[in-house]
Write a protein that binds this ligand. Sequence first.
Ligand SMILES: *Cc1c(COP(=O)(O)O)cnc(C)c1O
Length: 229
Amino acid sequence: MSIADNIISLKKETDTIKVKLLAVSKTKPVEDLQEAYDAGQRLFGENNVQEMVEKYEQLPKDIEWHLIGHLQSNKVKYIAPFVSMIQSVDSIKLLQEIDKHALKNKRVIDCLLQIYIADEDTKFGLGFDEAIELLRSEEFTALTNIRIRGLMGIATNTDNEKQIKEEYYELQTFFDGIKLSFFRKEDSFDTLSMGMSSDYKIAIEQGSNMVRLGSTIFGSRVIKHWKNN
Ligand SMILES: *Cc1c(COP(=O)(O)O)cnc(C)c1O
């Protein structure tokens, strides 16, 4: 199946159940993104700032760019003028930096808090307690140019479906709790980003309303750096 065919069938599958489809195009050349765009795709996810900026410059301006990888504070300024959503917020310091650059660009930038749910040794993501602490902090309340739209999580990379299901279930439950405690009156807190190519069906069953699909759309990523393709 071509990229266009993949987009058409995945959009059909997700649109009918009101799940957003984010096409994760990291490491893929702009021609591949253009093909997905021509098939109707508008939401693209990248995990590298420089790669996102270069693709943004070359592709149509109605694309919504989502940053899904770890973001260093000193790189926020490069994407602040155009990024649609930063899904990988994992500290108050990063959020403050996003707020500062959003203000400079006279924008409000949508963000998701990345929550750590996997049974893996990775540095990224907030624990449940840390997320609550962040939302309760005075530093957070002082921010004016960011909007928390919801949560993002990555499940453990495993064949154990029961474990994946439990991790997504926990995140969905946490999402409901956070919504009630902190965003009860804000309809804009509406995004639960969970599910990748290998586990998106489980994620949807557990309440995801945004799936982030890379290899299912574009094929496997063999080479890590897109310029060396
Ligand atoms: C790469 C990536 C994806 C997509 O992975 P696939 O397995 O290719 O679908 C989704 N989410 C994040 C955070 C990623 O880094």
